[in-house]
Design a protein around this ligand. Structure first.
Ligand code: 8X3
Length: 257
């Protein structure tokens, strides 16, 4: 790819991008954005009906496949349907609960670990051969500020996302000499269904999280993914933390009264 094409990504022919958790939020916005940049996009998620709605916004360059990253058989079946992968966006993940360590719900911890950590591992493992074969593969994992900075009430999610951060860093080391770049993008507060899910559907609680501040939106992170993906092959953006201007660290937020 020439520097000119990099500067004007929409004009460049692209390869194939795989996006997990693509039925909503950051995953959906990323799939649509990568399609707008010219990528053929394979969208994976459990909710096939919602995936199809996202595919309809992918300019004819999207394909929906069922995927539950917490299920090894589902990951294997998903990967078997994909012949080419230049960019893998590991986005599937969630938080559940805000209990203290003393009150920790082990089922919630297990579920978070299963999807955020093992899910990311399974999908990455499944696609590494295609990424290497592409000659310029990229793994872009959506981590979280929670994987960089622990906060009270966040232990289960903090632990899972810190594990993701560790895995990303190890992968980067282990792929030395291979034609695969590895990046982790760590968003802070992004207004999506994330918080509503974390709080078990408590809409009032979820809107209080963003009260008086301006959070990021999914498109902000999608554009970061697109920028990382379209750097020239010799450039590896190792990590990127993206916070709203009002959020100065994981739990320090400026709110207008
Ligand atoms: C989401 C960011 O601050 O809710 O990954 O943990 S936070």
């Amino acid at each position: 790819m020439s520097q000119d094409e990099t500067a004007n990504p929409a004009s460049a022919p692209r390869g194939c991008a795989v996006v997990t958790g693509a039925s909503s939020g950051i995953g959906a916005a990323t799939a649509v954005h990568l399609a707008s940049l010219g990528y053929e996009v394979v969208l994976g998620a459990r909710r096939k009906d919602r995936l199809e709605e996202v595919v309809a916004r992918c300019a004819g360059r999207g394909r929906a496949l069922p995927l539950d990253v917490a299920d090894p058989d589902s990951v294997a079946a998903f990967a078997a349907e994909v012949e080419r992968c230049d960019v893998l966006v590991n986005n599937a993940g969630f938080a559940r609960g805000t209990e203290s360590v003393a009150e920790a719900d082990e089922a919630a911890w297990t579920a978070m670990y299963e999807t955020n950590v093992l899910g990311t591992l399974r999908v990455t493992k499944a696609f590494l051969p295609l990424l290497i074969a592409s000659g310029d593969g990229q793994v872009i994992t959506i981590g979280s500020v929670a994987g960089r900075e622990p906060y009270e009430g966040g232990a289960g999610y903090n632990a899972a996302k810190h594990a993701v951060t560790a895995m990303t860093r190890v992968l980067r080391l282990e792929l030395r000499g291979q034609p695969v770049r590895v990046c982790q993008i760590d968003p802070g507060m992004v207004e999506t269904e994330f918080t509503l899910n974390r709080l078990g559907g408590d809409a009032e609680g979820a809107s209080a999280v963003y009260a008086g501040m301006t959070p990021l939106v999914a498109q902000d992170i999608a554009e970061c993914v697109g920028w990382v993906a379209t750097r020239p092959p010799h450039v590896n953006i190792d990590a990127m933390t993206v916070l709203a201007r009002d959020q100065t660290s994981a739990r320090v937020v400026h709110r207008r009264s």
